[in-house]
Design a protein around this ligand. Structure first.
Ligand SMILES: CC(C)(COP(=O)(O)OP(=O)(O)OC[C@H]1O[C@@H](n2cnc3c(N)ncnc32)[C@H](O)[C@@H]1OP(=O)(O)O)[C@@H](O)C(=O)NCCC(=O)NCCS
Length: 203
C-alpha cells in the first residue's frame, strides 16, 4: 500500500462523511405491508434485558457499541418494542415522543409535536432477514402507535442502506430531505454548523 493510500485510510477512520435521509410516515394511511401472524411485537421492559444482551452478543457485529446504545435507551427511558418469533427475540426498535429529547432530533432538525414520534434503532437479526419480518414489525408497530393516538412517524436512514430504504418505501414513508454530516471517530458529528455527540448505531 502506498503512503498516499495509507494516509487516506487513516483519514477515513478519523473523518467519515455521512449521508442520511430523513423520512416521514403518515400513520393514518395504512401501509401495504402484510403480516404473517407469526410475529409478536411487545413493549420492551427490564425483563427483556438479559435476553437482549445475549441477542446483541450473538447477532451484532459492533457488540460494545450496541450494548452502550441499549444502556443509553434504558437509562433515558426511550420507548422500545421487541419482535418475538416463537417467543424468542429476533429484532427490536426504539422511539421517542415530544416529551423526551434525543440527539438525532437536533441533527435532523426535527421538533416533534405531541402526536409525532421519532423512531430509531430498527434491527432484525441476520438469520431472519429478507423474509419480510422487518415489514411485519413496522406494520404491527404502526397499529400500536395509531392506537396510542400518534399520527406521524419520523426516522432517518443512511442513503447507502438499500434494504432499509426499500423497506421504508414499501411502508409508505416519504423522503423529506438529505442531511450530509461529517462524523469524527464515528461519534462526534458536525452538521449544519453544529457539533453533536451522535452514535451511528442509533439509525
Ligand atoms: C434493514 C432491515 C431491518 C431489513 O430487515 P428485513 O427483515 O430483512 O426486511 P424485509 O425482509 O421486511 O425486507 C424489506 C425490504 O428490503 C429488501 N431487502 C432485504 N434484504 C435485502 C438485501 N440484502 N439487499 C437488498 N434488499 C433487501 C426486501 O426485498 C424488501 O424489499 P421489497 O419489499 O421491495 O421486496 C435489516 O436488514 C437490518 O436489521 N439491518 C441492519 C440494521 C439496519 O440497517 N437498520 C435500519 C436502520 S434505518
Amino acid at each position: 500500500m502506498s503512503l498516499k493510500e495509507k494516509l487516506r485510510e487513516i483519514l477515513s477512520f478519523v473523518v467519515r462523511k455521512r449521508e442520511d435521509m430523513l423520512l416521514c410516515k403518515d400513520l393514518t394511511v395504512v401501509s401495504g405491508l402484510k403480516s404473517s401472524g407469526r410475529l409478536e411485537v411487545v413493549p420492551m421492559h427490564v425483563g427483556h434485558l438479559k435476553e437482549l444482551v445475549e441477542f446483541i452478543q450473538e447477532h451484532h457485529r459492533e457488540t460494545a457499541r450496541s450494548l452502550r446504545m441499549l444502556d443509553d435507551c434504558f437509562r433515558n427511558r426511550y420507548e422500545g418494542r421487541v419482535a418475538l418469533l416463537n417467543g424468542s427475540i429476533i429484532g427490536y426498535r426504539w422511539w421517542v415522543t415530544s416529551a423526551i429529547p434525543h440527539p438525532q432530533l437536533k441533527l435532523y432538525g426535527v421538533s416533534l409535536l405531541d402526536d409525532e414520534v421519532y423512531a430509531f434503532g430498527l434491527y432484525i437479526a441476520r438469520a431472519f432477514r429478507a423474509q419480510g419480518y422487518a415489514g411485519e414489525f413496522l406494520a404491527l408497530t404502526q397499529k400500536q402507535l395509531v392506537d396510542m393516538g400518534f399520527k406521524r412517524l419520523y426516522n432517518a436512514v443512511a442513503t447507502s442502506n438499500v434494504p432499509s430504504r426499500r423497506l421504508y418505501q414499501t411502508f409508505g414513508s416519504k423522503e423529506l430531505g438529505l442531511r450530509v454530516s461529517r462524523s469524527f471517530f464515528s461519534t462526534i458529528t458536525f452538521c449544519d454548523g453544529r457539533w453533536l455527540r451522535y452514535n451511528p448505531v442509533w439509525m
